[in-house]
Design a binder for this molecule. Sequence first.
Ligand SMILES: O=C(CO)[C@H](O)[C@H](O)COP(=O)(O)O
Length: 225
Amino acid sequence: MTQDEAKLKAAQRALDFVQDGMSLGLGSGTTSAIFIKQLGERVKQGLRVQGIATSDASQRLAESLSIPITTFDQCPELDIAIDGADEVGPDLALIKGGGGAMLREKIVAGAAHRFIVIADSSKLVDTLGRFPLPVEVIQMALPLVSRKLEALDLNPKLRHHPDGSLYITDEGNFILDCACGSIPDPAWTASELRGIVGVVEHGLFVNMASLALIAGDDGVREVLP
Ligand SMILES: O=C(CO)[C@H](O)[C@H](O)COP(=O)(O)O
């Protein structure tokens, strides 16, 4: 099975958890985009749902498929958030933010009764940290936060687009990608990052996911924390 086929299988399985009338968190990234497209098909067939998107790109995609979009004003609680991940580690600790959307992704996941991760099996790891950990930073604080992350040996590098221009998040911030290597205690690292003024959010999701749907050659596995 190719990686794209596995992403499709995980996204399709996630649809089994969606019921008529639900409010959904719509993730970001390629796997989530596949899920949103599948959901759009169901909406076309009459499924009634509403969603809050985790990025401008996902919102545009959902709107193009006539999936109703709502806000936290109108809908402060979501039934399920469905999103991809860059790494899925023990206890379903995650690294997210490869697509730069981890701030809204964490807000949306935190507002959901269930947070379901969809991923192909290449994302499963024994220890988080092979994927660079994204840290979203207020622009004016960049030099200060960079120094603090260096002092923690996190090896931060400012994210750029492939054309060399600076990467700016949907919320107008910079991202420092930390090639820090193994993260043996994600909760500890998360709390260190949380304590740095100027850090808006980071890509460690600890104790948030309630289920991961991991697709590979052996089918779609349901992984619990
Ligand atoms: O966290 C994310 C975006 O900020 C994505 O969920 C993550 O990068 C996985 O993306 P993909 O499904 O394309 O592998």
